[in-house]
Design a protein around this ligand. Structure first.
Ligand SMILES: Cc1cc2nc3c(=O)[nH]c(=O)nc-3n(C[C@H](O)[C@H](O)[C@H](O)COP(=O)(O)OP(=O)(O)OC[C@H]3O[C@@H](n4cnc5c(N)ncnc54)[C@H](O)[C@@H]3O)c2cc1C
Length: 457
C-alpha cells in the first residue's frame, strides 16, 4: 500500500476533509494565504475538531509522514523544507473564540483570526495585542512573539499567553501553563511551531475603551525630512505611543482614493493611549511639516484593525525584514536611494516599527521570546504579480536588507522574516540551545515542519 493509500484511510477516522492530489479540489485545498507560495504536500487535512488533530498526528506517524500546520498561510513563505513527505494540516475551520470578561481572558481555537478575537472582545471593552492585519492567525502570530500597535506599552503578545493546549508529536493532548509543562509553555511563547499542533490558546486582554490613532502622509519626495523628523521624535515618545514610519506605494487602481492612486507616499502611523491633546502636542513636529493627509481621530480600538491598510484577502507577496539598532540620516538616505522615488525598487512598502519601551525589556517569567532587541523592526514587501517581479524581488529584498546592514543589530524577528533562516539569529545562544533541547525531547522523530524550525531540517 502506498503512503497516500495509507493516509487516505484517515477519511474514515476523522470528521474533517482529506484531500489528495487526485481530488478536483486539490489546488484550492493546498493554497496558502500567500498566493506566491506553491505548497505541494502529500495530502491536505482540514481538521474539524481536536480529535481530528490527534488522529492526523497519529496517522502521520504510522505512514512515515510529517506534519506542517497551517492556520492561514500568511507565514507560508517562512516555512522551509519540502512538503512532499508532509501532511498539510489546516486548522482554518476552527475559529471559535470565547471571552471571559470577568477574568479578562480570551480562549481561541487553532484557526481563529485576529478579527474574530476583536469581534468577541470589543463588546466587553477589552483589547487583544493583535497585529496590523485582521486575517492573520492568532496562533501563528503569537507563537512567533506578536508585535502589536500597543507593543511599546504592553510588550509582545506571547508574554500575555496564560495557557496552551497542544497535541505533541506523540499524539498526546497536553495542557501547558506556567505550572503544568512549564518548559513546553516557555518554548511556545515566542519559540514558534516546532513543538506540536496547538489546538487552543488562552491569553489576557486589556481594558481599553479608546485610542487616539491615525496616519499622516506626504508625497515620497518629502521622505528624507519626514523620516528624519519621525526618527527624532522616536527618541522622546512615551511608551503609550507606538508608531511606524514607512514608504508606501499605492497601485493605480480605481479602488484607491484619488490623492493616493498610483503614488508613492511617506507615511507616519501612530497609536496612542494618551488623550487627543497630549498626543497632538507630541506629534506637532510632524504636523509642522504639513502632511497632505491627516486621519488622526479618537475612537474605539476596533479601528486599529484597518489602520495599516493590510490586504483584506489573499495576495501573492514576497517580504523580508531586519532589525536596526539605529536609524541615522545615512540609513534614511540609503533607504530612499534603494526604495524611494526613482529607485525602480519592486518593493511596494518598507516600514520601520518603533520598538523600545515594554517590548525592549525582557519580561521576567515570559517565554522564549520576551523582548525584541533594537530600536526599529523593519519589514519590506512586494507584490509578486509576474515571474519578472518575483525575480526582481528575490534580488531586491536581500539587497535592501544588506544595504541596511551597517545599522542592523544582527538579530531577527521571525514574524517579519519571510524566508527560512537559521532560527538562532532570533534568539540568544542559551535560548536557542534550550529550545532545541525541548524540541529534541518532544519531537525526537522530527515530525513537525514548522516555519522557522528551531532545529535545522
Ligand atoms: C499582511 C501581514 C501582516 C502582518 N502583520 C504582523 C504584525 O503586525 N505583527 C506581527 O508580529 N506579525 C505580523 N505578520 C507576520 C505573521 O504574524 C506571521 O506570518 C505568522 O506566522 C502568521 O501566522 P498565521 O497563523 O496567520 O500563518 P500560517 O502560515 O498559517 O502559520 C505560520 C506558522 O505558524 C505555525 N502555526 C500556525 N498554527 C499553528 C498551530 N495551530 N500549531 C502549531 N503551529 C502553528 C506553523 O509553524 C506555521 O508554519 C504579518 C504578516 C502578514 C502577511
Amino acid at each position: 500500500m502506498s503512503v497516500i493509500d495509507r493516509i487516505t484511510d484517515l477519511r474514515t477516522r476523522i470528521r474533517g476533509a482529506v484531500t489528495t492530489p487526485e481530488d478536483p479540489t486539490w489546488d484550492q485545498a493546498r493554497q496558502a494565504w500567500n498566493l506566491a507560495v506553491d505548497q505541494r504536500p502529500a495530502v491536505v487535512v482540514e481538521a474539524a475538531d481536536t480529535a481530528d488533530i490527534v488522529e492526523t498526528v497519529l496517522a502521520a506517524r504510522e505512514a512515515g509522514l510529517r506534519i506542517a500546520v497551517q492556520g492561514t498561510g500568511h507565514g507560508a513563505a517562512a516555512r522551509g523544507g519540502d512538503l512532499g513527505d508532509a501532511i498539510l494540516l489546516r486548522t482554518s475551520a476552527l475559529r471559535g473564540v470565547t471571552v471571559d470578561p470577568e477574568r479578562r481572558v480570551a480562549r481561541v481555537q487553532a484557526g481563529a483570526l485576529w478579527e474574530d478575537v476583536v469581534a468577541a472582545s470589543a463588546p466587553h471593552g477589552l483589547v487583544a495585542l493583535h497585529g496590523s492585519s485582521p486575517d492573520v492567525g492568532v496562533v501563528g502570530y503569537t507563537l512567533g512573539g506578536g508585535l502589536s500597535f500597543l507593543a511599546r506599552k504592553h510588550g509582545l503578545a506571547s508574554s500575555h499567553v496564560t495557557a496552551i493546549d497542544i497535541v505533541v508529536p506523540s499524539g498526546e493532548l497536553v495542557h501547558a501553563t506556567a505550572v503544568e509543562c512549564p518548559q513546553l509553555f516557555w518554548a511556545l511563547r515566542g519559540g514558534g511551531g516546532s513543538f506540536g499542533v496547538v489546538t487552543e490558546m488562552e491569553f489576557s486582554l486589556l481594558p481599553i475603551d479608546e485610542v487616539h490613532a491615525g496616519v499622516l502622509m506626504w508625497p515620497a519626495d518629502r521622505a528624507s525630512e519626514v523620516l528624519a523628523r519621525w526618527r527624532d521624535l522616536t527618541d522622546r515618545l512615551p511608551e503609550e505611543v507606538t508608531s511606524i514610519g514607512r514608504l508606501q506605494s499605492f497601485p493605480p487602481d480605481p479602488a484607491v482614493p484619488e490623492p493616493l492612486r498610483g503614488k508613492q507616499m511617506v507615511v507616519v502611523e501612530a497609536v496612542s493611549l494618551l488623550g487627543e491633546n497630549e498626543t497632538a502636542a507630541l506629534l506637532q513636529p510632524l504636523r509642522d511639516l504639513r502632511p497632505e493627509l491627516d486621519t488622526f481621530t479618537t475612537g474605539a480600538p476596533t479601528m486599529l484593525l484597518g489602520l495599516h491598510g493590510d490586504p483584506p484577502h489573499p495576495v501573492p507577496a514576497m517580504g523580508g525584514g531586519t532589525m536596526l539598532a539605529e536609524l541615522p540620516d545615512a540609513a534614511i538616505d540609503a533607504v530612499i536611494e534603494m526604495c524611494g522615488p526613482g529607485s525602480g525598487s519592486p518593493l511596494i512598502g518598507i516600514e520601520f516599527r518603533h520598538l523600545g519601551g515594554a517590548v525592549g525589556r525582557c519580561a521576567e517569567g515570559a517565554g522564549a521570546l520576551s523582548c525584541l532587541q533594537g530600536r526599529y523592526a523593519v519589514f519590506m514587501v512586494g507584490a509578486v504579480m509576474s515571474p519578472e517581479l518575483a525575480g526582481a524581488l528575490e534580488q531586491a529584498i536581500p539587497a535592501t536588507i544588506d544595504g541596511l546592514a551597517p545599522w542592523a543589530t544582527g538579530g531577527a524577528f521571525l514574524n517579519f522574516t519571510e524566508m527560512p533562516i537559521d532560527a538562532s539569529q532570533a534568539f540568544g545562544t542559551t535560548t536557542i540551545r534550550r529550545l532545541r533541547d525541548i524540541a529534541a525531547a518532544i519531537d525526537p522523530d522530527r515530525l513537525m515542519v514548522a516555519n522557522h524550525q528551531v532545529r535545522a531540517y
